[in-house]
Design a protein around this ligand. Structure first.
Ligand SMILES: CC(C)(COP(=O)(O)OP(=O)(O)OC[C@H]1O[C@@H](n2cnc3c(N)ncnc32)[C@H](O)[C@@H]1OP(=O)(O)O)[C@@H](O)C(=O)NCCC(=O)NCCS
Length: 131
């Protein structure tokens, strides 16, 4: 893997701040539904979850490369689904990029059904385009 390092600048700071504020708002709106996995006080995985009162939504699943293949992602998914179930949510969705074949295989392996009958339409009404 090749990468470059450069000084953190103000634009990065504002971007990171906006990201953290968005995450803080998300967690405040969906308390107790998102989880991290820790190994010796280091966060090695995370998964965020929320719901709209009817359906759950799982987002931003990530396990650090060195910790993959040990069941951490499965445990995070199970934890989020259990927390959603506590709130009466019995069906959940997860968006996966078409280009992320590995993630598609992961969700399929866990028994999640791929939907080919839904297309997502998005619009930007202000701020930045992050996804
Ligand atoms: C996808 C990801 C979260 C999996 O994390 P992980 O901790 O290695 O997964 P687990 O060890 O919990 O695997 C659970 C099961 O899924 C299987 N699995 C894991 N990755 C898989 C893959 N890419 N394809 C198919 N099966 C996979 C495991 O073999 C395991 O099977 P088992 O329980 O039947 O033995 C991790 O590779 C990752 O962070 N990828 C980059 C970020 C990403 O793409 N996130 C998803 C966005 S939608």
């Amino acid at each position: 893997m090749s990468y470059t390092l450069r000084p953190l600048n103000l634009a990065d700071h504002l971007h990171l701040l906006a990201l953290m504020q968005a995450t803080a708002r998300y967690l405040a709106r969906n308390p107790g539904l998102s989880f991290v996995a820790e190994v010796a006080d280091e966060v090695v995985g995370c998964l965020m979850a929320g719901h709209d009162g009817r359906r759950g939504y799982l987002q931003h699943l990530l396990v650090l490369p060195a910790y993959r293949g040990q069941g951490i992602a499965r445990a995070l998914v199970d934890a989020c689904l259990a927390a959603l179930a506590q709130e009466g949510i019995a069906k959940s969705h997860c968006d996966v990029l078409v280009s992320n074949a590995a993630a598609q295989a992961f969700w399929a392996h866990l028994g999640w059904a791929r939907r080919d009958d839904i297309l997502r339409f998005s619009v930007i009404t202000g701020g930045e385009d992050n996804a």
